[in-house]
Ligand binder design. Structure first.
Ligand SMILES: [Zn+2]
Length: 124
């Protein structure tokens, strides 16, 4: 399940970020906003579950995860179509205008971005 590897890199990135900012009194991360490209085919429920498991006893334990999906953006080399693509399944990706599957250039849709996190601090 590739959600686990995404969850792992997500956790590492957040822990690194908090460390690099030298936040001394972070109590916990309460919320994580993600932007995920539809072409990653991430199952959000599995991602959340994997994250819950691996973040136990870290500052990310119990963090709420919110996901915004990004539609893939394609350029068709056959008819020149430029725009978003509705993903039907992971096998059938073809141009919405001319139906050509072979000449599509995928410009976006594989993102996995941590947009921002909400951090709670210990009371001084
Ligand atoms: Zn086309």
């Amino acid at each position: 399940m590739h959600e686990l590897s995404y969850a792992t890199s997500m956790l590492n990135t957040i822990l690194e970020t908090v460390k690099n900012h030298d936040f001394k009194n972070v109590k916990r991360v309460s919320k994580i906003n993600l932007e995920i490209g539809e072409l990653t085919f991430i199952n959000v429920e599995q991602l959340k579950f994997a994250f819950e498991v691996i973040s136990k006893s870290t500052i990310c334990e119990g963090a709420e995860i919110e996901v915004k999906f990004i539609k893939p953006y394609v350029i068709c080399g056959n008819c020149g179509y430029k725009g978003e693509l509705d993903v039907i399944d992971d096998l059938l990706i073809s141009c919405p205008k001319c139906g050509s599957p072979s000449s599509l250039k995928i410009e976006g849709g594989r993102e996995f971005n941590i947009k921002n996190i909400t951090v709670e601090f210990e009371d001084e």
